[in-house]
Design a protein around this ligand. Sequence first.
Ligand SMILES: O=P(O)(O)O[C@H]1O[C@H](CO)[C@@H](O)[C@H]1O
Length: 313
Amino acid sequence: MSAATIINGTNGTNGQVNGTNGKNGVSQSSQNMCSYEECDKIAQHLLSKTRHRPKIGIICGSGLGGLAESVENKESFSYKEIPQFPVSTVPGHAGRLVFGKLGGKEVVAMQGRFHPYEGYPLSLCTLPVRVMKLMGVETLIVTNAAGGLNESYEVGDVMVIKDHINMPGFSGNNPLIGENEDKFGPRFPAMSSGYDRNLRKMALEIGKELKFDNFMHEGVYVMLGGPCFETIAECKLLRICGADVTGMSTVHEVIMARHCGMRAFGMSLVTNKCVMDYDEDRKANHEEVLETSKRRGEDMQKLVTKMIERIEV
Ligand SMILES: O=P(O)(O)O[C@H]1O[C@H](CO)[C@@H](O)[C@H]1O
């Protein structure tokens, strides 16, 4: 069964699928995996609609779509009009693919990403990454909103992602599950250098130049499936495991990018501090997430734009 069958068929609306296993013991996620040829068809379709030829791809986090707005000479496509794409269902994710120029370079930006809790299998959430690759994208920059686990992080701080913990992977949920597409990459990709060292260094240097160093860190992002925010016990566990921030995205995108040989860079905005104390009445909520993104969004835009200026393509 192809992704198109799922999306256009009776398995829910907008490509959302139910959780049942398919025939012959093949898992749902592999059934939804687009083949190399299907991804290429989408890529060629998009390239036929735009004059831009991006080498840099961007995925904007919750409330951080302003970066895509700041792209010049924009040509935008709603996800609804892109064959086989899912659609965005989360507030703060506009649901558009934006082509144009940023920092003097041709880019393609996802103004809105796909999360597993929206009902999409991870392989479908990451379809745009493979499509970007086949359009010529070599470097992927992702941003996200995240909860601060590290006690020294404040709301509004920015963390360059040094490494991640793939919590869904611990229970066998990974975008690469299913038959391997050798044309994209190997069956067993290394993930020890997920986040490009030079780009991390560059981000921290630019942060210093912009006088952002008082609110910038480098640390570890942990992905959970969501949509529940974490319990206090879960937050304590994640902190002991070495995570500095927690969120419900990014990791599947970076896995897919690294699998097909793209360079990856990620940055988290600490939109809220995780509740770590049973005497606290504060509760995590998406409104606070969007509010902080609004407040710090422009600084993140400046930083990413300066990085793109310096990235050699
Ligand atoms: O990771 P992004 O898309 O920035 O969004 C984050 O914000 C939402 C929760 O408020 C979750 O989707 C979480 O992952």
